[in-house]
Design a protein around this ligand. Structure first.
Ligand code: HEM
Ligand SMILES: *[C@@H]1O[C@H](CO)[C@@H](O)[C@H](O)[C@H]1NC(C)=O
Length: 311
């Protein structure tokens, strides 16, 4: 298992392609119109994934770093330092069997950095600003403090090796996703530029939003209704603390240590299982005419396959 964790696929991409939008679990875009055009008409690895000519899921190849962190060989290999970061993260993201609180936090942190963006903004998105601009103190980011502190500590350790905070955050979300049992192994591309500018308010969803509002909000981030339904599966590993403080720690499905599709069935059911807290937003998406068919297709007996096909 350890060797496969270290094999999170990496590629270095030129600056013009450094702001990918991805349909996979966590990557939204930080992009100018010019970069957007590049991705749409280009031939970069990210472009081919967006066009569905290529998969966002890693190929399972393993990776062995050519030397110790500070060796010359490691410095010459773009993937090398990331394999050391992956090892640190993987240790923090498991409780031995299932994914840890820091893993859930890392997935949410990746979303909150990348997701504070829409396609009419000239910049922003997956730019590290959530940890570099004071944005963390916004109410919608409550609960992210522990993963924010850990990620900041990792940044201090690995910044001398030339990484960006923006890449570190998205990498953390991808490592957490594969450490959570049954989670897909998503390719990570590095090369994002950091920003200390805060995004406008109101770009992240509220648990009180209904499906109509959410489809509009995520549509402006270039997500189709089916892609939004696939993204919501991140709540398969979620435990809320602040949305419903009286039930702090309650999960959003009965198996919060596992990235499975139980979440879909339990969110669309008449009633949640005992101990599970559902958000009005999630129940609304499960039942809305625009999304319920996709939602149902993820909760059937075919298990992970229909969900994985949209990622
Ligand atoms: C309709 C859209 C969404 C809404 C309204 C929403 C809202 C929330 C809320 C209220 C919490 C609990 C925070 C707390 O009280 O501690 C939460 C947790 C979480 N969210 Fe979302 N979210 C949405 C979409 C997403 C997406 C797209 C992702 C990732 C791709 C994501 C990942 C997570 C994760 C992993 C947690 C668990 C964090 C933890 O257990 O520490 N969410 N979300
Ligand atoms: C994108 O965000 C900006 C800034 O918050 C907002 O004014 C604009 O209405 C949003 N665009 C769309 C299409 O939602």
């Amino acid at each position: 298992m350890w060797s496969s964790l270290l094999a999170v696929a990496l590629a270095t991409i030129p600056a013009a392609e450094a702001f990918p939008q991805m349909r996979a679990l966590v990557e939204l875009a930080s992009q100018t119109k010019a970069v957007e055009r590049d991705i749409v008409v280009g031939t970069s690895p990210v472009h081919t994934i967006l066009q569905r000519q290529n998969s966002a899921v890693g190929d399972g190849a393993t990776y062995t770093p050519p030397g110790a962190k500070d060796s010359e060989a490691c410095g010459k290999d773009k993937c090398c330092i990331w394999s050391y970061i992956a090892a640190d993260m993987a240790a923090a993201f498991t409780d031995g069997n299932q994914c840890s609180n820091l893993a859930r936090g890392a997935i949410r942190l990746g979303f909150h950095d990348a997701g504070a963006w829409n396609s009419s903004l000239p910049s922003g998105g997956a730019d590290g600003s959530i940890l570099l601009s004071g944005e963390l103190s916004r109410p919608e980011n409550r609960g992210l403090e522990p993963i924010a502190a850990r990620t900041t500590a990792w940044f201090e350790t690995y910044k001398p090796y030339g990484i960006s905070m923006a890449d570190l955050i998205q990498f953390g979300a991808n490592v957490a996703t594969v450490v959570c049992p049954q989670g897909p192994r998503i390719k990570t591309f590095v090369g994002r530029a950091d920003s200390t500018a805060q995004p406008p308010q109101g770009l992240l969803p509220s648990p009180q939003d209904n499906a109509r509002a959410l489809l509009e909000l995520f549509g402006a981030k270039t997500f189709s209704p089916a892609e939004l339904v696939a993204l919501m599966g991140a709540h398969s590993v979620s435990r809320q603390r602040f949305a419903n403080p009286r039930q702090a720690g309650a999960p959003q499905d009965s198996t919060p240590g596992v990235m499975d599709t139980t979440y879909y069935a339990e969110t669309s059911a008449q009633r949640p299982p005992a101990g599970v807290v559902r958000f009005p937003s999630d129940v609304s998406l499960a039942r809305d005419a625009a999304t319920s068919a996709t939602w149902q297709s993820f909760s059937g007996t075919a298990n992970q396959a229909p969900w994985a096909a949209v990622c």
